[in-house]
Design a protein around this ligand. Structure first.
Ligand SMILES: C[S@@+](CC[C@H](N)C(=O)[O-])C[C@H]1O[C@@H](n2cnc3c(N)ncnc32)[C@H](O)[C@@H]1O
Length: 503
């Protein structure tokens, strides 16, 4: 037998040709024409021998690919940090406290719906206190997601504006910030809930299913029947505020009732077991939490601030000039999550998207992620039409383009354009925030860096430099959390809190 025909050699060769994000055993089995079971067993053996690494959802890479920092021309974060500290005459500090959404699960109202990509209410409270923002001030969040910052502001009597491009997220944050008695009557909510739960439903799962082709694989038949019935009853509620509250409760239990997992990306997982409780029980528990929280919030409703949530593109939305004291946000990360795919289940069930085309159009108009369609990147070919001119970024984009070009296995060859679009979108957004802030107003954002096509991308520091180009001063860079790269598990990334000031 020729050495090349040896299954082990074939697997190693296929592994070496893996895209940057790795290959699954199944993908390797297809390209090598070998049995998937054999490939899985061989990969496990390579791993014990230290020749292959496994990460994420069953993805594999040759161990030798792990150490990207050994690549020629690789510029590590420490080098960017050194230059940045030198240029701006600042040192970095360590942020104490949690910034992730998980602590919100114990906080009234915040817990009504979970958002893996959200930040913590404790963090927003800390920033509000640090910058002495109080009643009468205005806070804005240009990527308000599930409404963490507008809600924190409102509960402290501060007025807030939140902008997000996702119709699902603006729906969620609208419901979470309309808490007053005039909108939501607690007795009526309880009565409506018992009416829904006591109505016998006819099992007709086939009707009203969302457009997603996979719906029947995503849920068991009984879960589908029950979910369709609950949704029908909710849509029949006349009181719009109660209907929306219930729709939020409904949407927040969908993943729990399904065979899917979001950790943080949406997908099937062998370990996922749909919650054994029937959907109506999960839904009613959620509404009962809502009732409990409304009781406590409404008891102090005279002290609430007002919150305005807008469905808009932050890159083009113009706020009232010089009105806000503080902007606090967590933007999407460069080469980061596809918010549309990740929340398509909720969007499809709530009718925020009615077709795959709706999902694609929304994705293409948001801050760029690596799933944007090629067509949406055309205008980024011409460098002259661009607004961001940053020496670090230019060099990084060249490296990404070269690295992608040197391998045939990258998922997309226009990765440098995706990153270019990301920073262009952020430039426009930052300029709008700058205009909206009062002189002396602070702009605080939480952001992660990334590793793209074997190139380190210090998104935090590049955004701070873009802020400088717009007119902001750099006040603070705080390191908040260490993360692992999805591409190279041993490569450490970070989450940073950057504070700019409108000087
Ligand atoms: C990291 S999340 C924000 C989470 C938020 N801090 C929270 O606690 O829920 C980023 C958000 O940016 C939104 N987004 C993406 N592109 C946008 C754009 N061009 N304009 C406004 N929002 C956008 C996404 O829909 C997503 O909700």
């Amino acid at each position: 037998m020729l050495a090349l025909d040896n299954p082990k050699t074939k697997i190693i060769e296929a592994l070496k040709k893996s895209p940057a994000m790795g290959s699954t055993a199944k993908q390797i089995a297809i390209v090598t024409d070998l049995e998937e079971g054999l490939v899985t067993a061989e990969l496990a053996r390579f791993e014990t021998e230290g020749n292959a690494i496994r990460f994420g959802r069953g993805l594999w890479l040759p161990a030798a690919y792990e150490d990207v920092s050994a690549l020629t021309g690789f510029v590590p974060s420490s080098e960017y940090d050194r230059q940045f500290k030198n240029d701006h005459k600042i040192s970095f500090s360590q942020f104490k406290g949690s910034i992730t959404f998980s602590s919100n699960h114990n906080r009234p109202v915040h817990r009504w719906s979970s958002y893996v990509q959200g930040f913590s209410a404790d963090f927003v409270d800390q920033i509000i206190e640090r910058h002495r923002v109080t009643r009468g001030d205005l806070l804005l969040d240009c990527f308000s997601g599930s409404g963490t910052s507008p809600l924190c502001a409102k509960l402290r009597g501060i007025d807030a504006i939140g902008v997000d491009m996702s119709p699902l997220m603006t729906f969620v944050s609208n419901v979470k910030t309309k808490l007053e008695t005039k909108c939501l009557n607690v007795e009526r909510i309880s009565k409506t809930l018992s009416d829904i739960l006591s109505t016998p439903f006819r099992a007709r799962a086939e009707i009203d299913l969302p457009f997603l082709k996979e719906t029947r694989n995503q849920f068991s038949r009984s879960a589908l029947e029950s979910l369709c019935a609950i949704r029908r009853s909710i849509l029949a509620i006349e009181d719009e505020s109660i209907r929306d509250l219930f729709l939020l409760g409904f949407s927040s239990v969908l993943i729990d009732c399904s065979n899917l997992e979001r950790s943080p990306c949406l997908g099937y997982s062998k370990n996922k077991v749909a919650n054994p409780l029937p959907p109506n029980e999960l839904f009613s528990t959620k509404v009962k939490w809502m009732i409990t929280d409304l009781h406590s919030v409404q008891a102090q409703e005279d002290s609430l601030g007002s919150a305005k949530i807008l469905l808009a593109d932050s890159a083009s939305y113009k706020y009232r000039r010089e009105a806000a004291s503080l902007a606090v946000t967590s933007p999407p990360y460069a080469n980061g999550l596809d918010y549309v795919t990740n929340y398509k289940i909720e969007m499809a069930w709530l009718g925020n998207a009615k077709s795959y085309e709706d999902l694609r159009n929304l994705r293409d108009s948001m801050v760029a992620c690596d799933n944007v369609s090629r067509g949406s990147l055309e205008k980024y070919f011409d460098r002259r039409s661009l607004r961001v001119h940053d020496a670090w970024l230019d060099e990084i984009l060249l490296k990404i383009e070269r690295n992608v070009g040197s391998k045939t296995t990258f998922r997309r060859r226009d990765m440098h354009l995706v990153i270019k679009k990301y920073f262009e979108d952020m430039f426009d957004t930052f300029e709008n925030v700058y205009d909206a802030l009062l002189p002396g107003g602070k702009f605080v954002f939480v952001i992660g860096d990334s590793l793209t096509a074997g190139t380190y991308l210090p998104t935090d520091l590049i955004l701070a430099r873009i802020g400088r180009a717009i007119g902001f001063g750099v006040c603070d860079v705080e390191l908040a959390r260490v993360r692992r790269s999805g591409q190279r598990r041993n490569f450490k990334l970070r989450e940073t809190i950057v504070t700019l000031v409108k000087s």
